[in-house]
Design a protein around this ligand. Structure first.
Ligand SMILES: *Cc1c(COP(=O)(O)O)cnc(C)c1O
Length: 407
């Protein structure tokens, strides 16, 4: 690693940090970060090996399951961008959610979680944690009275998706964090839908912020990854010991993809959010749709809160068609640009029918309680021309209404 380069100024914006922060240059002085595709590291002597196992310095590595220079660059860059002291990268978003919760909690602890969660997050809270003696209370995340009633002395953590999947409910982070902090509970936010660009959940009061890097951070549908952002104490004393021994490490190659993707994320996410707003506006005028859900539209139930917390309304638009599942399927099958898939945050626009895919596992009653009707569609807006997307969606809605597209 080269020495001597002066550090980045402290007062630069997140967008500049996303391009420069965390870079570690080798003796070659490369501009674009290197991939250190190595599992292990060589020691100059037996004594040096022993010393490193006693305590590894900031730029000293032992084994890639514990840490790797390319992974460290990604961790430092996302922490700088998010404004947290440190970060730990994981093999997927779910490894991050699981790592943040499982490393912290033990039998007898109590957690309060919002109910509107991604299916796998729900599985961890409902099926895994409870199996090990953690009590979990679920609340309607939009109802502060329910949070107030559920958070009690002894509550160890609260968990929520800052913007929920797929119905785009907004959590009042400051209000929930104040209640949690009053009893000493840690606030863990799954920030995937708000992205690291559009909301500073840490400034609003979240202590730990987790991402599926698979989504907007990669942003081009290639690699799985995740990251937990928090204080140095939480990351190094709670998360790292658990994750380095349980095997959720991010591959250095995937870390490199994510690291380079952070450089363009600000541009991508803002462009996607601009298009999402335009698509939401266009959809809301179409016959055949029951409702359009988008946080920055005035008819969103938490429009004011969304505007106060977020810099833009996000990259996902959800909407409900008339005609339930049959109508939804007809619309999907008529699309020509928007892809039918289940990822989000991709450069390619993607539409998902949650009731039959991501939330299929839930009973009909549970889906109904979460607002996931058979006519609900989740649309992740990509980097295509917004006019082309609107034209594609408009013709697909028309095809849906006229009885379906020719297959
Ligand atoms: C996708 C997603 C995850 C899980 O991420 P993976 O990288 O697929 O493991 C967690 N939370 C939310 C809100 C997500 O959308």
């Amino acid at each position: 690693m080269t020495e001597g380069r002066r550090p980045l100024p402290d007062d630069i914006s997140p967008r500049t940090r996303a391009v420069h922060a965390g870079s570690r240059r080798s003796q070659y002085g490369e501009v674009s970060e290197a991939i250190f595709l190595t599992q292990g590291f060589v020691y100059d002597s037996a004594e040096a090996a022993e010393a490193r196992f006693i305590e590894a310095g900031a730029d000293e590595f032992i084994y890639a399951r514990y840490g790797n220079p390319t992974v460290a660059m990604f961790e430092d860059r996302i922490a700088a961008l998010e404004g947290t002291e440190d970060a730990f990268a994981t093999a997927s978003g779910m490894a991050a959610v699981n790592g943040a919760l499982t490393s912290l909690l033990k039998a007898g602890d109590h957690v309060v979680s919002s109910r509107a969660l991604f299916g796998s997050c729900l599985y961890i809270l409902e099926d895994v944690l409870t199996r090990y003696g953690v009590a979990v209370t679920f609340v309607d995340g939009t109802d502060l009275d329910q949070w107030r009633a559920a958070i009690r002395p002894g509550t160890r953590a609260v968990f929520f998706e800052a913007l929920s999947n797929p119905t785009l409910e907004v959590i009042d982070i400051r209000a929930v964090a104040d209640m949690a902090h009053a009893v000493g509970a840690l606030v863990i936010a799954d920030n995937v839908f708000v992205t690291p660009v559009l909301q500073r959940s840490g400034v609003l009061g979240a202590d730990v912020i987790v991402y599926s890097a698979t989504k907007h951070i990669d942003g081009q549908g290639r690699c799985l990854g995740g990251v937990i952002c928090g204080t140095r104490q939480f990351i190094r004393k709670t998360v790292e010991p658990y994750l380095k021994h349980t095997g959720g490490a991010l591959s250095p190659f995937n870390a490199w993809v994510m690291l380079k993707s952070l450089e363009t994320m600000d541009l991508r996410v803002r462009a996607q959010a601009d298009s999402a707003f335009r698509v939401a506006e266009a959809l809301s005028g179409l016959a055949g749709l029951r409702r359009v859900i988008y946080p920055f539209r005035p008819d969103h139930p938490q429009h004011d809160l969304a505007r106060a917390q977020m810099q833009a309304g996000g990259t996902v638009v959800s909407f409900e068609v008339e005609g339930g599942r049959e109508g939804a399927f007809r619309l999907l099958n008529a699309l020509r640009i928007v892809l039918i898939s289940n990822n989000l945050g991709d450069a390619k626009s993607i539409v998902t029918h949650p009731a039959t895919t991501t939330h299929q596992r839930l009973t009909e009653e549970r889906r109904a309680a979460l607002g996931i009707s058979d006519g609900l569609l989740r649309l992740s807006i990509g980097l295509e021309d917004a006019g082309d997307l609107i034209a594609d969606l408009t013709q697909a809605v028309a095809a849906m209404q006229s009885g379906g597209a020719p297959r």
